[in-house]
Write a protein that binds this ligand. Structure first.
Ligand code: ADP
Ligand code: MG
Length: 488
């Protein structure tokens, strides 16, 4: 089975299309939990962040965390979605050892956020809108720990009650690439908004992938749901495997059973976890301890007014305002901190393209090498700006600036300091350069003769010699010009 360029898969007797919708669980960035004041930090000692509400002690009442509500609204706004002024918390009933209440508080018929969309960018340069069905609030469950004792399972309730947003998409995704782009864009939006850190390794963002296959243009096929995928790479592997599994079954005359499957990262396969449970199995009903959540239009508007510029808008603005290429703009908006760094760099009038190059090529290259992020950069935007200015003013050539850059990163010294300490002034004095040129020509009379008899290639040799004699400080453009004159 080979994939064609429009995402279709060639089967034994016809083409197949993969159809997917995602349910993403995003942990809300918040110091405390959705219905209790217990801390929500990652990595604490087991059962040290558990209130009586989280442990479901009899008679405890949940109290809604207003900050978490704001976070959900902001995320909804970032997804171009309707904010529902009335939403309802329901109990979703099921038994699990790490769910002490025997139910999870979630939202079912009336979620806080209704339909919206986000735009994904694809490798072929095209973009595509993916519709969001809804976003609802719910509590996370605790964790069962199976690997601490040979025949006991422990329960850690630190995670119990932590606020999650479940973000459900329409079945608009057609390939593993689109799913990866969707997850990246969703994560980027939430990082900009600071509503979820999107850290998939720590489990603060995980997704259920609903996969079905059909012949193009046909009715939707029966879907299987792959649960709790916690990396983009795994998502892609799981989809590839699952689509092929379903196509094989259908081509051999079988039918797909709707079920919940697990991805096995070691084998790269999916396997049955349980047959699909349906809403009635959970006996959803409004939580009698919580009133419907009513929002005021003005509150939503206030949050809308404070919303920061999001990646798509920022990218377009960088392109329009600074005439950057789409590639540069994409890199610069990939994290909000990078865009901020870049615009600080431009806060004093500087060439946008030169500044972007120094950031994307030199600074990123260096940060990559030392394993640091932009926030930990040893060179501040002000410092990098000074270096860019020295190049603009003709004090440093590009090559000299690269040496100064490394020294800045290693010593924390300012560019100007390094330049004066090392006497690094670029030579822009024509008399001085002419003097060196004459020296070089006089000590290479045979090469000069060869050049004059037509061996043009020797020009580079003379450039090298003059550069060397000037300790690399001669201004390259001036050197070229004066050398041509001297040799003509
Ligand atoms: P459930 O809670 O039963 O999983 P939801 O409505 O919460 O149901 O989620 C359904 C998800 O499955 C949505 O993301 C939706 O886009 C997706 N989906 C629905 N039908 C199909 C289908 N035939 N193929 C692939 N995905 C589908
Ligand atoms: Mg589901």
């Amino acid at each position: 089975m080979a994939e064609t360029n429009n995402n279709l898969i060639q089967g034994k007797n016809g083409l197949w299309e993969i159809v997917m919708g995602l349910e993403v669980h995003a942990q809300i960035s918040s110091q405390s939990k959705l219905f209790s004041g217990a801390a929500a930090d990652f990595g604490a000692e087991p059962n040290t962040q558990v209130s009586l509400v989280d442990a479901a002690m009899p008679g405890m009442l949940p109290v809604i965390n207003a900050f978490c509500i704001e976070q959900a609204i902001k995320t909804g706004l970032g997804l171009n979605a309707t904010i529902n002024l009335k939403s309802v918390f329901d109990r979703k009933n099921y038994f699990y050892p790490d769910l002490p209440a025997g139910y999870q508080i979630s939202q079912y018929l009336y979620p806080i956020v209704g339909s919206g969309y986000l735009t994904i960018d694809l490798a072929n340069g095209q973009s595509k809108k993916i519709r969001i069905t809804r976003l609802h609030l719910e509590q996370d469950a605790g964790k069962s720990i199976h690997d601490q004792h040979p025949h006991k399972t422990y329960v850690d309730l630190n995670r119990a009650g932590i606020a999650l947003m479940e973000i459900v998409s329409e079945p608009d995704l057609r390939s593993a690439e689109e799913v990866a782009a969707y997850l990246k864009k969703l994560r980027m939006i939430m990082r900009y908004l600071k509503t979820c850190d999107g850290n998939m390794e720590e489990g603060s963002m995980r997704c259920d992938i609903n996969v079905s296959v059909r012949h193009p243009g046909g009715n939707l096929g029966t879907r299987c749901e792959i649960k709790n995928v916690n990396s983009i790479r795994f998502a892609q592997q799981a989809i590839d495997y699952e689509a092929r599994r379903q196509i094989d079954i259908l081509e051999n005359g079988g039918t797909i059973e709707q079920e919940t499957r697990l991805f096995d990262a070691n084998k790269g396969t999916t396997r049955t976890m349980r047959s699909k449970e349906h809403a009635p199995d959970y006996r959803y009903f409004p939580d009698p301890d919580l009133l419907p959540l009513l929002l005021k239009k003005e509150e939503v508007q206030r949050l809308k007014d404070t919303l920061i510029e999001l990646p798509d808008a920022k990218k377009q603005r960088l392109i329009d305002q600074y005439a950057l290429s789409a590639y540069d703009a994409t890199v610069l908006v990939s994290e909000p901190e990078i865009a901020t760094y870049y615009e600080k760099l431009l806060s004093k009038k500087r060439d946008p393209k030169v500044a972007a190059n120094w950031l994307i090529v030199e600074l990123f290259g260096y940060l990559n090498k030392i394993g640091k992020t932009i926030v930990e950069s040893p060179i501040s935007p002000e410092q990098l700006g000074e270096l860019v200015d020295l190049i603009g003013a003709g004090v440093l050539s590009g090559k000299m600036a690269k040496d100064v850059f490394v020294e800045m990163a290693e010593t924390g010294q300012a560019a100007g300091q390094i330049v004066s300490k090392r006497g690094l002034q670029q030579v822009t004095n024509s008399k001085e350069i002419e003097r060196i040129i004459q020296q070089v020509l006089q000590s290479n009379p045979d090469k000069v003769a060869e050049y004059k008899s037509g061996k043009d290639k020797l020009f580079g040799f003379f450039v090298g010699q003059v550069m060397k004699a000037s300790d690399g400080k001669a201004n390259p453009a001036l050197l070229n010009e004066l050398l041509k004159k001297a040799l003509s």
